[in-house]
Design a protein around this ligand. Structure first.
Ligand code: PRX
Length: 701
């Protein structure tokens, strides 16, 4: 495939556009060995999934599933933009992920559970055992908790086998699960439980995090109280035990409300529950995302379309075969875990690693020891984890004898610097990398290279997936010419099976958030009038690859020039001493906004003026003097969410002497005060109200 190298610096931009200064990177090719075994090697796939074949092309994805009843209409657009996929079809998601594999794979591990303490043994869970445990749990949820198809139940669970077991038990009954990330606070859980109308909360007494057993049951009490304040009664709290022989929590059980699942289960031993045949359109689960304003949104995903989409993308992009050992190093409490730890891989009879703990516990060699021991050959993680492992142990992967054939990243743009380390050191120069761009709302990947067909390009997600037709619009709704390398708002022209069905209980908000901006006619039932607005800035290079610049509200407007935050951060990372960088806007009388840079340094590097000068120099040379930061702050660590995303909003608030807001749900709330003192000095400093754009700055997703 002949592709030319482009240089984006030659592109001119008007003041209304986001200035882009990324350099194009060279291509990396997949190895013949990889191509020889790949699931997707037919270059005709893009033609088969062309817009002229839409929507019927997606039949091919749905055919990966076992249907109780085949559908009659592939896509019904009558209630646009509430898309209905595979109408008339019936199936059960749990049956597709478990039962149908028993004939061939009952003795194969569905999951291998790796507890955080290194001296606790790995626990393989075969498909047969998964089947038995899911059935018994389903019997308990139905007969003890009284749950029926269509009911919602909130799951606040850590990364142990009980989480996918409970999800699959719900799916078996047609009960809609709403998993709240285990690291979220009790309040956050309670608000989501109330929004979903859950009467039952499933939790665990405790779990390991960074070497300590956390008392998780305490969160359940807060969640129930918070939900009550919101008007929702949770009448049953079902508690899994982390340990067989002891409690991991000192929080008392509330009589008549709290029940230990492990005590109840023996009653259901050996029971089998018939999988409930569900309408393809029945909601499978809710997954809450937070925007910068307002309540979290319950993204509602349906059964048939969602499952078809995640099964196909797991097969063709992650290249999962039943013989592989696949490790998605994410938490099931996020959409990545739902789609690419549970539903997609299990639909393909994969063997997946389920790791309880934090990446670098007890040291930065841990992930590679796990990979070596279990002979993992597919690895999936986020740029944040890549950067962190690079910071803590840049040489560690070389010490272990594992071999990845594919590696995936997701969640944020990956800087070419970090990508290259991931490729050469973690992937030992052998693995194919797919940089997958998508969102909670989307169900599965939207842009990515196809691993055996497209060369990789560091920093670029790649072309639209088969059947996904991205387009970039400017603010006024004009289409930015394909391949022009000009930035704008990336949208998807057409619906696809993995797209969410609605925001739970808020149809208007769904239409407003994702479609109103570029909708051509609110009454139209033609999908062509309803491009999906993703809220991300992006540009497309001449080769058709999309580069994602981050959320559209993450841009810094300096003297009328909009600079992509990620771009500045990437420049900082070219300084060898820098481990992580975050850039935020600061109010400036002359220029409106100027960037301020926060960096953390690699271990053993002394903080000093020399490093700061290097950072300024890197920004000036890669982007220009216009981007010169007001200051470079060297901090011990970045404030991060429990999922590892840097909270730029908090840093922006500190830089602008504004209220930082609630930081208690962060992974490291203490660092916020340290950074505040560093920037504002000791003692209490009066905070200002601050302008809207800075208040809204930084994604909290
Ligand atoms: O800004 C994009 C960024 O993450 C956002 C979606 O976040 P969330 O709904 O939490 O889902 C994360 C996992 C799917 C997007 O709007 N994002 C996600 N993947 C990428 C990315 N940015 C750049 N490159 C990616 N590969």
């Amino acid at each position: 495939m002949a592709r030319t190298r482009e240089d984006t610096q030659s592109v001119t931009v008007s003041e209304a556009e986001i200035a882009v200064h990324w350099k194009e990177e060279d291509y990396y090719q997949p190895s013949p060995k990889f191509i020889g075994q790949a699931n997707l090697t037919d270059p005709g796939i893009m033609e088969r999934f062309g817009l002229d074949r839409f929507p019927e092309c997606f039949r091919e994805y749905a055919d990966l599933l076992t249907w109780d009843q085949y559908w009659h209409t592939t896509l019904d657009t009558g209630d646009a933009p509430f898309w209905k996929w595979f109408v008339g079809g019936r199936l059960n998601a749990c049956y597709n992920c478990v039962d149908r594999h028993l004939a061939q794979h009952k003795n194969k591990a569905a999951f291998i559970f790796v507890p955080e303490p290194e001296d606790e043994p790995h626990v393989p869970l075969t498909y047969q055992e998964l089947y038995v445990r899911v059935n018994e749990t389903a019997a308990l949820l139905r007969d003890f908790a009284g749950l029926r198809a269509g009911d919602r139940v909130t799951l606040h669970l850590p990364m142990t086998p009980e989480l996918p077991i409970t999800m699959l038990a719900c799916a078996r009954l047609g009960v809609i699960h709403s998993v709240v990330f285990g690291g979220f606070s009790g309040e956050a859980c309670g608000i989501r439980a109330a929004d979903s109308g859950s009467k039952v909360l499933v939790t665990m007494d405790g779990y390991y995090r960074n070497g300590k057993v956390l008392d998780h049951k305490a969160n359940a009490d807060i969640a129930v109280a918070t939900a009550a304040k919101e008007g929702q009664t949770i009448d049953k709290v079902l508690v899994w035990r982390r340990f067989r022989d002891r409690s991991a929590s000192s929080t008392p059980m509330v009589k008549g409300r709290d029940f230990l699942i492990n005590d109840l289960l023996p009653k259901y031993a050996g029971q089998r529950v018939q999988p409930v045949s569900m309408d393809a359109l029945a909601p499978l689960f809710l997954m809450y995302t937070s925007g910068t304003t307002g309540r979290p949104k319950g993204c509602q995903h349906g059964t048939g379309g969602y499952l078809a989409y995640v099964a196909a993308t797991s097969k063709y992009i992650q290249d999962i075969h039943p013989t592989d050992v696949y490790w998605c190093f994410a938490d099931i409490g996020w959409i990545t875990g739902h789609s690419y730890i549970v539903y997609g891989p299990l639909a393909l009879a994969a063997t997946g690693v389920l790791y309880e703990g934090v990446p670098a516990y007890p040291d930065a060699g841990r992930p590679w020891r796990i990979a070596e021991r279990l002979d993992v050959n597919i690895f999936h993680t986020s740029p944040t984890t890549v950067r962190m492992l690079r910071k803590l142990g840049p040489e560690e992967p070389r010490k272990y004898h594992y071999h990845f054939k594919t590696m995936t990243t997701v969640g944020e743009p990956i800087e070419p610097e970090a990508w290259k380390w991931y490729h050469s050191v973690v992937g030992k120069g052998e693995a194919v990398i797919t940089d997958t761009w998508w969102q909670t709302e989307n169900g599965g990947f939207l842009c990515s290279t196809k691993p055996a067909l497209d060369p990789m390009k560091p920093g670029s997600a790649g072309p639209g997936m088969p059947g996904i037709h991205p387009v970039i619009y400017d603010e006024e709704g004009r289409e930015i010419p394909r391949g022009s390398q000009k930035a704008g708002n990336i949208c998807i022209r057409n619906p696809w099976p993995g797209i969410m069905q609605t925001i739970w209980g808020d149809r208007d908000r769904y239409v407003k958030t994702y479609y109103a901006k570029y909708n051509k006619n609110p009454k139209s039932t033609d999908w062509r009038d309803w491009p999906y607005f993703a809220g991300d800035g992006a540009l497309q290079a001449a080769d058709g690859y999309f580069r994602i610049l981050g959320r559209v509200d993450d841009v810094i407007n300096v003297a009328g020039h909009r600079l992509g935050t990620k771009e500045l951060e990437s420049a900082c990372l070219t300084v060898p001493e820098v481990a992580e960088a975050a850039v935020v806007p600061v109010q400036d009388d002359l220029k409106g906004r100027v960037p301020e840079v926060y960096v953390s340094l690699k271990p053993g590097v002394a903080a000093g003026k020399e490093v700061k000068d290097k950072v300024v120099h890197a920004i000036e040379t890669t982007i220009g003097k216009i981007a010169r930061p007001k200051d470079v702050r060297i901090v011990p660590d970045m404030p991060k969410t429990r999922s590892g995303k840097i909270m730029r909003r908090v840093l922006a608030a500190i830089s602008n002497t504004m209220e930082t807001g609630d930081v208690t749900t962060l992974a490291n709330p203490d660092v916020v005060e340290q950074i505040r003192e560093l920037v504002q000095g000791k003692g209490k400093v009066a905070t200002k109200a601050g302008p809207e754009d800075i208040k809204r700055f930084g994604d909290e997703r």
